[in-house]
Design a protein around this ligand. Structure first.
Ligand code: LIP
Length: 285
């Protein structure tokens, strides 16, 4: 009896292939030193976008459209150019062509090509390709999470004083926001915890949680394209996703906590100051 085709697996396999091709473009730009071509700014003077971000996103979207013409897209640079950011019930590819653009511009080697795939508003699978490290992270609901084919498992640590926490300072330099970030960071650091780290990429911070080398990542100000792909990699590695309030995660809320377990998540969330940037799925004025 012929097995019914696993269309979502076909889509995931395509995502892995186009993520690798995107990584070749990114490495070429880094090696040719032309990564700073067309560095523009978006929401702030430090929220950067480059020609390579735009070229990679177009490569991914055009490649997917040829194979899956009815599917929808949420792409970081497409949304920046005015496309709606709507997560419908339809099969939707959620794309960050270069997560860690500032790292890319500066040659700091942590940049992730992120491709998440949602159906009925639930992320079915995610692919995060660490292009400079040449590491392919994948996760699919109910099928596990992997790095270059090796299974991923979160840390078993339950003592908050023995964890590494990852977070970022983001791109909002409003002094009130910066003060909130530092108040939370001070409370986390003085618990104390073993250390605080930041890769400069939400997705690669989350992959470190899935890898077990970081116990928890939190951030307010990220976007759905930064975290959608890595979200299922974390949960398939045995981790948990929460909102910074401790409630259920909402990938459009621009707030996230990805942790190895609820015990650690609860202890860190107690230290965090909750605030609400404008949602990703805000209605146009
Ligand atoms: C980045 C995120 C990071 C955040 C930065 C930026 P980008 O994504 O991965 O967590 O702190 O402000 O949003 O813009 O490089 O795709």
């Amino acid at each position: 009896m012929s097995e019914s085709r696993d269309f979502w697996q076909d889509a995931m396999d395509h995502a892995v292939a186009v993520a690798r091709k995107s990584g070749e473009m990114i490495r070429a730009a880094v090696q040719n030193q032309d990564r700073s071509s067309l560095v523009q700014t978006k929401s702030s003077a430090v929220d950067l976008v480059t020609e390579t971000d735009q070229k990679v996103e177009q490569l991914i979207i055009q490649s997917v459209k040829r194979k899956f013409p009815t599917h929808r897209f949420i792409g970081e640079e497409s949304v920046s150019s005015g496309e709606p950011c709507v997560l419908s019930l339809d099969p939707t590819w959620i794309i960050d062509p270069i997560d860690g653009t500032t790292n890319f511009v500066h040659g700091f080697p942590f940049v992730g090509v992120c491709i998440g795939f949602a159906v009925n508003q639930q992320v079915e699978w995610g692919v995060v390709y660490s292009a400079i490290e040449d590491k392919m992270y994948t996760g699919r609901k109910g099928r596990g999470a992997f790095c270059d084919g090796r299974p991923l498992q979160v840390s078993t640590q339950t003592d908050v004083h023995k964890v590494i926490v990852a977070t970022e300072f983001g791109s909002d330099r409003n002094p009130d926001v910066v003060d909130k970030i530092f108040r939370s960071l001070r409370k986390v650091l003085t618990l104390p915890v073993h250390g605080v780290r930041g890769a400069g990429s939400a997705a690669l911070n989350m992959c470190s949680v899935a890898l077990g080398s970081v116990e928890l990542y939190y951030e307010t100000g990220i976007h759905v394209w930064d975290v959608a792909a890595a979200s299922v990699i974390v949960t398939e590695a045995g981790g948990v996703l929460l909102d910074t309030t401790g409630g259920a995660v909402d990938l459009m809320s621009r707030r996230i906590v990805a942790a190895n377990n609820k015990t650690i998540a609860t202890r860190i969330i107690e230290q965090l100051e909750v605030y609400s940037p404008e949602r990703d799925d805000r209605l146009p004025e």
